[in-house]
Design a protein around this ligand. Structure first.
Ligand SMILES: *[C@@H]1O[C@H](CO)[C@@H](O)[C@H](O)[C@H]1NC(C)=O
Ligand SMILES: *[C@@H]1O[C@H](CO)[C@@H](O)[C@H](O)[C@H]1NC(C)=O
Ligand SMILES: *[C@@H]1O[C@H](CO)[C@@H](O)[C@H](O)[C@H]1NC(C)=O
Ligand SMILES: *[C@@H]1O[C@H](CO)[C@@H](O)[C@H](O)[C@H]1NC(C)=O
Ligand SMILES: *[C@@H]1O[C@H](CO)[C@@H](O)[C@H](O)[C@H]1NC(C)=O
Ligand SMILES: *[C@@H]1O[C@H](CO)[C@@H](O)[C@H](O)[C@H]1NC(C)=O
Length: 604
C-alpha cells in the first residue's frame, strides 16, 4: 500500500520517476527549497508578460465573482464545481457584451510544485493555466484573458463553473493554492469612458468606439479568425470527458485517442474547433526527449523518450482534419525554477489554445447524424491533458444549410529523423512538415461562399549530448502559416487572412557533480520566443515576444538548494492603431528592470 501511494504521488505530481543524477533526464522539474528564502517578507507578485487588455484601465459594467476556492490536498478528488449565474436580463449588465474578461487571481505560501489547472464553464474550457511555485513568504499572481468568444455560454443559465487544480498537501508540500475567478463584463458604452489611459492614440481609438483589437482570444496562436468572421459563436459544444477528474482527456500514449459523438445543428454555417493542450510526466519536456534507441542502448532508466516530435491531431469519423504542434510552455518548476520568478515563462499563466477552422468540412457534418470527433497525440507518451471546444455559428434564416467539401488534400506527415550516438554522446535531429489544404462551399445568409484553407507548419529539432551526456543542447524551431480565402459565387475573393508564426526554443543543461554528496550543479540556459504576424484585409498585427534566461542551481534530487539566475524579456505588439512595448529584467528573483510604453516606435 505504501509503495502504491508513493508511486501515485510521483506520477500524478508529474515528477520524473528517473533519478535526477541521470543527465539524460534533464531538463527536469524542480522544487525550490525552503532554504531559498528571499530577503523580502511580503508575498511576491508574479506575472506573465502579455499585451494589457485595454480594459485593464476601463471600468467594467459589472464584475461577477464566479469561483472562490482553496486547493489543498485535492489529488484524486473530483474538481471543484459551483453553479454559474449570468448577469440578470434586467440588469444593466445583461448580454450582449462588447467584451468579457476573465481574471484569475491566486496566492500560495509554503513549499509546493507547480500545478496544472483549468477552468470550464458548462464543460467547455475557458482557460488552461499553471501555478507559480510558492516560497515561505508567499506568492501572488493574476492572469486576465479575453473570454468574449464564449459569450453564448456566459449568457446561459443552469451551467456549472468547474476548476481542476490537482495538488498535494502533506508534511513536505505545504502550499495551498487560494484561487478566485471573476468575470468583468463590458457594455459598448463603457468603452467610451476610459480612465487614465496612457496614450493619446488609444484615447482616440476608444473614443471612436473602434476597439476591435483584432483577435478575441488574446492568446490564440491560431488564425485569429474570430475578428475575421465577426461575432462570437452561437453555440459551443465541448469535446471533453465526463468531468469527474476534470473535463480534459488524459492521453497516455499514441494509441490512446479519445472520441465523442456529436451531431451539430443542420443550419451551421461556420465551425471552428479550439484545442486546449498541456503536457506532463514523461512528456513535460517532449521537445527534449531523445529516441528510445539511445535510452535502451545506454541502459538508462528514464521514461522520457520517443524522440522530439509531437502533434495533437483531430479526426472526424476517422478522417484526419487538422493538427497542431503545441507551443513549448515551460512551467514554473521547469528547467530551473529560479528563472521564472517573478516573470514566468511565455504562456505559463495563460496557455495558448489553437483554432482549427472546420468550415470547409461542414458538408460532411450537416446530415443531422452523429459524427465521431477524436483527439490524439502523435508519438505521445504519458501524459497529455487535452480537450476542445467546437464553436458553431448558425444561419438564423435557414433550417438547413447546404454545404459541400470540394477539396481535401491531406498528405501524410513527413518526418525525417537522424540519429547518431556513441554511448552517451550524440546528435538527434527531426525535421517534420505538415500541409493541409481543404476547401468547401457553404450556402447561407451570406450567399454561396467557398472557404479555402491552407495550413502549413514545420518543426526542426536537434538534441545534442556531449561530455558523456552531461551537456545537453536542445534546439527547436516551429514555423506555422495559415491562409484562409473566401471566394463568392462569381469567383471573387471577398476575404483573405494570413497568419504566420515562428517559435524558436533553445535549452541548455550542463550537469556537474556537486561538492556535497548526492548533489548536482546544473548550469542552465533557456531562450524562447513567439513571433507572430496576422493580416486580414485592412487589419494586421504583429507580436514579438522573446525571453532569455541563464543561471545555475545546486540540486539534490528535485530540490533546488541554491542558485543564481537572470531572465530578460522583450514583448512588443503593434497593429494598425495600437502599440505596446515592455521589457523586463529579473535577477535572482528580483525585478531589476521594467520599462513599458504605448508609443509606437517612430521609425518604420
Ligand atoms: C433571460 O434571457 C434568456 C435568453 O434570452 C432567456 O432564456 C431567459 O428566459 C431570460 N430570463 C428571464 C428571467 O427573463
Ligand atoms: C452542476 O453541479 C451539480 C453538483 O455537482 C450537479 O448536481 C449538477 O447536475 C450540475 N449541473 C450541470 C448542468 O452539469
Ligand atoms: C546494458 O546492459 C547490458 C545487459 O546488462 C550490458 O550487456 C551492456 O553492456 C550495458 N550497456 C551499457 C552502455 O552499460
Ligand atoms: C456554390 O459555388 C460553387 C463554386 O463557385 C459551385 O461550384 C457550386 O455549384 C455552388 N453551389 C450551388 C448549390 O450553386
Ligand atoms: C546562456 O545565456 C546567456 C544570456 O542569455 C548567453 O550570454 C550565454 O552565451 C548562454 N550560454 C550558452 C552556453 O549558450
Ligand atoms: C546576472 O546579471 C548580472 C548583471 O548583468 C551579472 O553580474 C551576473 O553575473 C548574472 N548572473 C548570472 C547567474 O548569469
Amino acid at each position: 500500500m505504501a509503495a502504491l501511494i508513493f508511486f501515485l504521488l510521483l506520477s500524478t505530481a508529474g515528477v520524473s520517476l528517473s533519478v535526477s543524477s541521470s543527465p539524460a533526464s534533464n531538463p527536469g522539474r524542480f522544487l525550490k527549497s525552503r532554504s531559498l528564502l528571499r530577503p523580502s517578507a511580503a508575498p511576491q507578485q508574479y506575472f506573465e508578460l502579455d499585451r494589457p487588455v485595454p480594459f485593464n484601465v476601463i471600468r467594467p459594467s459589472c464584475a461577477r465573482r464566479i469561483l472562490r476556492h482553496s486547493f489543498a490536498n485535492t489529488i484524486n478528488s473530483p474538481p471543484y464545481t459551483t453553479p454559474y449565474f449570468p448577469p440578470r436580463n434586467s440588469s444593466k449588465c445583461a448580454a450582449p457584451w462588447s467584451r468579457a474578461i476573465l481574471e484569475i487571481s491566486a496566492s500560495c505560501r509554503g513549499n509546493q510544485y507547480d500545478r496544472i489547472s483549468a477552468l470550464w464553464l458548462g464543460g467547455a474550457e475557458l482557460i488552461r493555466t499553471s501555478t507559480a511555485e510558492p516560497t515561505a513568504d508567499g506568492v501572488v499572481w493574476r492572469v486576465r484573458k479575453d473570454v468574449s468568444r464564449y459569450s453564448s455560454l456566459l449568457s446561459q443559465h443552469g451551467l456549472n463553473v468547474t476548476m481542476m487544480l490537482e495538488n498535494i498537501v502533506n508534511d513536505e508540500y505545504t502550499g495551498v493554492y487560494h484561487v478566485k475567478a471573476t468575470i468583468f463584463f463590458y457594455k459598448g458604452t463603457d468603452i467610451n469612458a476610459p480612465i487614465g489611459l496612457p496614450d493619446q492614440k488609444i484615447n482616440q481609438k476608444l473614443a471612436s468606439g473602434n476597439l476591435e483589437l483584432g483577435h478575441g482570444n488574446d492568446n490564440t496562436l491560431g488564425l485569429g479568425a474570430w475578428d475575421f468572421y465577426g461575432p462570437p459563436a452561437d453555440l459551443i459544444i465541448p469535446i471533453a470527458s465526463s468531468g469527474n477528474k476534470g473535463f480534459w482527456y488524459r492521453i497516455e500514449s499514441e494509441s490512446d485517442t479519445h472520441s465523442m459523438q456529436i451531431s451539430i445543428p443542420r443550419n451551421t454555417k461556420r465551425a471552428v474547433l479550439e484545442l486546449y493542450v498541456s503536457y506532463h510526466g514523461n512528456d513535460e519536456f517532449w521537445y527534449s526527449n531523445p529516441p528510445n534507441s539511445y535510452i535502451r542502448t545506454n541502459n538508462l532508466t528514464t521514461g522520457r523518450g520517443n524522440g522530439a516530435y509531437r502533434e495533437v491531431f483531430i479526426a472526424i469519423d476517422g478522417r484526419f482534419v487538422g493538427s497542431e504542434v503545441p507551443f513549448p510552455v515551460v512551467f514554473t518548476g521547469g528547467v530551473n525554477p529560479l528563472f521564472w520568478e517573478p516573470v514566468v515563462a511565455i504562456g505559463a499563466f495563460n496557455l495558448p489554445s489553437y483554432d482549427i477552422d472546420l468550415t470547409p468540412m461542414l458538408g460532411f457534418l450537416l446530415d443531422g447524424k452523429q459524427h465521431e470527433f477524436s483527439i490524439g497525440v502523435t508519438h505521445g507518451i504519458s501524459y497529455w491533458l487535452v480537450d476542445a471546444n467546437l464553436h458553431l455559428w448558425v444561419d438564423p434564416y435557414a433550417k438547413i444549410v447546404v454545404a459541400k467539401p470540394v477539396l481535401y488534400d491531406v498528405p501524410a506527415l513527413s518526418v525525417v529523423r537522424s540519429s547518431q550516438f556513441k554511448q552517451l554522446d550524440g546528435l538527434f535531429m527531426v525535421e517534420a512538415k505538415r500541409k493541409v489544404r481543404v476547401a468547401g462551399w457553404i450556402i447561407s445568409d451570406a450567399g454561396n461562399l467557398t472557404v479555402m484553407i491552407v495550413n502549413k507548419y514545420s518543426l526542426r529539432s536537434s538534441i545534442q549530448f556531449q561530455a558523456s551526456g552531461t551537456y545537453k543542447l536542445v534546439k527547436q524551431k516551429i514555423k506555422a502559416k495559415r491562409e484562409t480565402r473566401i471566394v463568392n459565387g462569381c469567383g471573387a475573393i471577398v476575404a483573405r487572412s494570413v497568419f504566420k508564426g515562428k517559435y524558436p526554443l533553445s535549452v541548455i543543461t550542463k550537469s556537474l557533480p556537486g561538492l556535497e554528496q548526492d548533489t548536482n550543479m546544473l548550469i542552465t540556459n533557456v531562450s524562447h520566443a513567439q513571433d507572430e504576424k496576422f493580416s486580414s484585409g485592412e487589419f494586421s498585427y504583429s507580436v514579438r515576444n522573446g525571453q532569455d534566461s541563464d543561471g545555475w542551481m545546486l540540486v539534490k534530487d528535485h530540490e533546488v538548494l541554491k542558485g543564481r539566475a537572470n531572465t530578460t524579456q522583450i514583448y512588443s505588439y503593434r497593429d494598425s492603431m495600437f502599440c505596446y512595448f515592455r521589457s523586463v529584467a529579473a535577477s535572482d528573483g528580483i525585478l531589476v528592470g521594467d520599462y513599458s510604453t504605448f508609443l509606437c516606435p517612430s521609425s518604420s
